[in-house]
Write a protein that binds this ligand. Structure first.
Ligand code: SF4
Length: 375
């Protein structure tokens, strides 16, 4: 499988925890950006290639009008062989959608919406600098259904400042009550250069203890399981058949083509990142200059380690035999001591040729990944 990612870098306001390539206050760049994006699509050397998923992320894609988003998708459809049953997702922020816009998106061919809900408590949303209210989430989900979307994801974040287990439980229950097909339940990450990070450095951000964070993760697992979702990745839960196909491409380390500022592509073993700032992105497109900020070619054991790192995020784990076939390397033999060590620690289990994280290991994915990289 291979996917297309389109990055829309605009937001109404920068959230306190966010280090994504997103910007507030760049309204004057929206039109030139859409024009530049069309040009980048037009110039792609991969015209005619088949893609199985399309994902518009950001930033806030719904910062753009429905017409602009529809025209970009239409251009992609003309330029590439998008599979007839392709999963086509648009990320949306509950405070930035309208029924008319969602109708337009559905008619244009988008068939999945991913809402950045994050919490159902107004004070938590405000602490994060989110622009929406819990009532707007309910409204947006209702509009999405009315517009004909049958595949919805809701994102929530746990381990928020001052969050208690009870408040996290209320948010998860509320999300489940809306009956989305998919839930992404992430732990807060403190990223450098964010407002949260600076507050934390100054001792002004009170985060739940590690013990409580683990309890939040376990509670999410329990509540989603009771409601008929299965956990298929560390942070992702789906009703049967609604696993996010686009993200599965990343976790399987399969090819993807990115458009827009800061978008990453991984095609034919080569990975590159576009220039990040939208202004420079637009300038380069007009000047006919390359968009690439950096690139690397992954080969041999680096590719294997990366495929293992990503693949082990999935609850079903990784088939070592399939990896050996894919990379032509003695994967099992090479990693046997690491695997034995991780099994002894209780973080990994092996069934036939498949390795996967244990329930305990799901909490230690970064350490497990490091062990494979250090081999
Ligand atoms: S809406 Fe999303 S991308 Fe935009 S600033 Fe907030 S977290 Fe970042």
């Amino acid at each position: 499988m291979q996917g297309i990612y389109v990055h829309i870098p605009f937001c109404h306001r920068k959230c306190g925890y966010c280090d994504f390539n997103s910007y507030a206050g760049l309204d004057t760049l929206v039109e030139p950006f859409v024009d530049a994006l069309h040009r980048e699509i037009e110039q792609s050397p991969y015209a005619g290639e088949r893609f199985d998923t399309v994902f518009f992320g950001g930033g806030t894609p719904t910062y753009l009008s429905g017409e602009a988003l529809a025209s970009i998708l239409e251009h992609l459809t003309c330029r590439f062989a998008i599979a007839p049953n392709a999963e086509i997702t648009c990320e949306a922020n509950p405070g930035s959608v309208s029924l008319a816009q969602l109708r337009l998106l559905r008619q244009a061919g988008f068939n999945r919406l991913s809402f950045g809900v994050q919490s159902f408590h107004l004070d938590e949303l405000q602490r994060m600098d989110r622009i929406h209210t819990p009532a707007e989430v309910l409204q947006s989900v209702a509009w999405a259904r009315e517009a004909g979307f049958e595949n919805l994801n809701l994102d929530l974040i746990f381990a928020l400042p001052q969050q208690t287990l009870e408040r996290w439980e209320a948010s998860v229950r509320q999300a489940i009550a809306l009956q989305p097909e998919h839930l992404s339940l992430y732990a807060l990450m403190l990223e450098p250069n964010t407002r949260f990070y600076h507050l934390y450095q100054k001792g002004q951000l009170r985060l739940p203890d590690e013990e409580v964070q683990v309890a939040m993760f376990r509670l999410a697992q329990q509540l989603t399981a009771e409601a008929g979702y299965h956990q298929y990745e560390i942070s992702n839960y789906a009703k049967p058949g609604y696993e996010c196909q686009h993200n599965m491409i990343y976790w399987r380390n399969e090819p993807y083509l990115g458009f827009g500022p800061g978008a990453v592509s991984y095609m034919e073993g080569r990975r590159w990142t576009n220039i990040k700032h939208p202004r420079e992105y637009i300038r380069r497109i007009h000047a006919g200059e390359p968009l690439e900020l950096e690139w690397e070619r992954l080969t041999g054991w680096d590719s294997v380690a990366e495929t293992l790192m990503l693949g082990l995020r999935m609850v079903d784990g990784v088939d070592l035999h399939a990896l050996e076939q894919r990379f032509g390397l003695p994967v099992h033999q090479h990693y046997a001591p690491v695997i034995a060590q991780l099994i002894a620690r209780g973080w990994l289990e092996q069934h036939g040729t498949t390795i996967r994280l244990t329930q305990e290991g799901l909490l230690w994915h970064s350490e497990v990944a490091l062990a494979f990289f250090e081999k």
